[in-house]
Design a binder for this molecule. Structure first.
Ligand SMILES: C[S@@+](CC[C@H](N)C(=O)[O-])C[C@H]1O[C@@H](n2cnc3c(N)ncnc32)[C@H](O)[C@@H]1O
Length: 276
């Protein structure tokens, strides 16, 4: 069994050798892992490998495992309700696994990640990452592209776009924004950039992104999160692409779920797929 939880002692011991004090990702890495657990992206890109890489990979392994178990349990409860001749209702909704939407399980969750690093920084732990991933049995989740970001776009595997979640930690955020933004999933794809606050060039990029946002209404949402107790490497800038967001109106006014024909059909199709 691979450790899919970032709190496992085996995981923490293995990643300790990748920690480089000046990189400042000791709190960001678990935060990224939690974001992956929350958002369940299928196609992830990291630019700038190191301590964060196994956290991303473990989070992908964790969501794959969690989604598989959730999908099986969802099929079982749906089948039980349909076999009893019932329509889906609040008792179905709250039974384990509670609140899960069948549409999210119509295709199995098989997340993958691409990591780009040109190994140009001497003090980065990027060179040790693959060995740690292998030790943790997480290497299958990650394809490494060992090149400059500027030459990496054409090397991305075909099934790695649109990108649902990108983590950029390589002093190349401006280039990334200018050349990779169009690869981000317009339906809520997220980009997290490291350390743009509290120094002039980073703040200039934040202004540049804000100007882009003003001239492209509806294209993206942004927020900067600062670690106020740190002098540098002390923030993340989160961009969420919203130009093609699909409306997911599941509930009526007051938050009561609408058991629409589409929901019933998705639930039946999902449970049938498990039975086959
Ligand atoms: C700040 S370190 C990454 C730190 C890592 N995320 C961590 O948590 O330890 C930046 C990494 O980006 C790589 N890098 C720098 N410039 C790059 C570029 N233009 N293209 C690809 N990789 C680059 C460096 O080799 C280095 O490994």
């Amino acid at each position: 069994m691979r450790p899919s939880r970032i709190t496992d002692p085996e995981f923490r011991n293995a990643v300790a050798e990748l920690a480089v004090p000046g990189m400042g990702t000791e709190s960001v890495a678990p935060l990224l892992a939690d974001l992956i657990g929350f958002l369940r992206p299928r196609r992830v890109l990291e630019v700038g490998m190191g301590y964060t890489t196994p956290f991303l990979a473990a989070a992908l392994a964790g969501t794959e495992e969690q989604a598989r178990a959730e999908s099986e349990a969802l099929a079982v409860k749906t089948r039980r309700h349909l076999d009893a001749g019932g329509e889906l209702d609040d008792s179905w909704l709250l039974e384990h696994p509670p609140l899960v939407t069948p549409a999210s399980h119509l295709t199995p969750h098989r997340p993958k990640m691409v990591a780009v690093d040109d190994l140009s920084m001497e003090d980065s732990s990027a060179r040790q990452v693959l060995e740690v991933l292998r030790k943790l049995r997480l290497a299958d989740f990650v394809s490494v592209i060992d090149t400059d970001l500027r030459t990496s776009r054409d090397l991305l595997p075909e099934d790695s776009t649109p990108i649902d979640f990108a983590w950029v930690d390589a002093w190349e955020c401006l280039y990334f924004f200018d050349h990779f933004w169009e690869l981000i999933n317009p339906d809520g794809g997220m980009v997290v950039m490291h350390y743009l606050t509290t120094y002039p060039e980073g703040e200039a990029l934040i202004r540049y992104i804000k100007a882009f946002q003003r001239s492209n209404p509806g294209e993206l949402e942004t927020v900067n999160l600062l670690e106020p107790h740190k002098l540098m490497q002390n923030s993340i800038t989160v961009l969420r692409r919203t130009s093609g967001v699909h409306s997911l109106r599941y509930a009526e006014t007051g938050g009561k779920i609408k058991y629409s024909g589409q929901l019933q059909a998705d639930a039946a199709a999902h449970s049938q797929r498990h039975a086959d």
